[in-house]
Design a protein around this ligand. Structure first.
Ligand SMILES: [Zn+2]
Length: 109
């Protein structure tokens, strides 16, 4: 499993999962990278049915979670019956298969 990283703004301390060129809170440009805990809580989710034709799945579910340290992230949700507030484990996994190649990204189970 690949490690999930968070980036902490050196100016204001805001943590984000995806590294930005500028901090979304203060526009700072310096960040510290650190591992992100794999435990998260589901904030919201949506099921997407209008996928491009090259998707092998009929639909996918996307979720926004909040990690224990307050960092929020979007990823593919692999839960049959998602419920707001449920505890999830985050990992880097297969988010789709495109032209027989596995595309990896943030997944929640
Ligand atoms: Zn900042």
């Amino acid at each position: 499993m690949t490690e999930i990283s968070a980036y902490t703004c050196k100016d204001c301390g805001k943590r984000t999962h995806v590294r930005h060129s500028h901090c979304p809170a203060c526009k700072g440009t310096s960040f510290d990278e650190a591992p992100l805990s794999g435990k998260a809580r589901l904030l919201t989710f949506t099921r997407v049915h209008a996928l491009s034709l090259d998707y092998e799945d009929r639909h996918i579910t996307l979720g926004i979670v909040e990690f224990e340290d307050g960092c929020r992230a979007l990823g593919r949700l692999y839960v049959d019956d998602p419920r707001i507030g449920m505890e999830l484990t985050a990992e880097i996994g297969i988010v789709r298969v495109h032209e027989l190649e596995e595309v990896k990204g943030l997944c929640f189970k």
